[in-house]
Design a protein around this ligand. Sequence first.
Ligand code: 13P
Ligand code: SF4
Length: 327
Amino acid sequence: MTDKSILREKILQLKEKRNAIILAHNYQREEVQDIADYTGDSLELSRTAASIKCDVIIFCGVNFMAESASILSPEKTVLLPEVTACCPMADMITVSGSRNLKTQFPGYQYTGGYRYPADFTLRDIKNLHPGVPVVTYVNTTADVKAESDICCTSSNGIKIVESLDTDQVICVPDRNLSAWIAKNTGKKIIAWDGFCHVHDRITAEDVTRVRKEHPDALLLAHPECRIEVCEMADHVTSTSGMLRFAKSSDAKELVIGTETGLLYRLRKENPDKIFYPLRKDMVCPNMKKTTLNSVLQSLETMTYKIKVPEETRIPAKRALDRMLEIK
Ligand code: 13P
Ligand code: SF4
């Protein structure tokens, strides 16, 4: 037996004993995806966490995802195998702070609305735009969700914003997703200057280069990519949206504009198609922290428990539930 198969065996035995379910995001390492009961994008994993029957959820992803699982299923023990697995974009926005608002910075204009610098707090923006609903990307802390009207993911952001009956909407924290939503809804979006370092590094030149290298391939981009990259893509969607698109498309070659972990499922589910990363360095170090060893250790020691205090959980759940109600 190889080391990996011994680890797998131990995980499966302990999982049964603990009545645990393993959820893994589409960016996780191959061996972690293989051991998972469910793999998916943020929306699918939130829905699964809310509906699944078990005592323990092992969340192989980053901390905001485990937090969402705990918010939706407080009766379950939610474990994050690697306690430092975080999303830097989620940490770019805070609810409030001690920063002095010396001037009422009006935001700077960008496609479809305004964008505020990341040293503003969510309460600053809400005070500057009273009555404007706040749509919060799930890549945020529970505190930020609790201050929001409704959450969204990369797969439903446009639908969520369209469901609101106002012309103006505050969208935090991803400036790129906000620009994509602004373009596709025609609403005035008041945005934030947050970004994902993995997706934001892709430029229009990268797209031009890859199009030359693979002239017959279709190009898929995640909405966390810059607006000019999304505008050049053949299709813009979430990670699981890319899996669905690749399966149903007649294209034999596809360029994938998201974290390279998705290529594993794409290749496994479509052995007759060829997939190229838009750039090979689209790797999220936080998503790669979780290993089979950390999953086993998590089950053995029941660490690291993710629990959101009730005063935050209840308003945060309201924002997540509102999102989940929209089909
Ligand atoms: P998806 O919801 O599309 O899987 O995206 C999550 C994420 O963190 C993207 O970087
Ligand atoms: Fe956060 Fe980007 Fe990593 Fe997704 S890929 S978890 S948005 S840093």
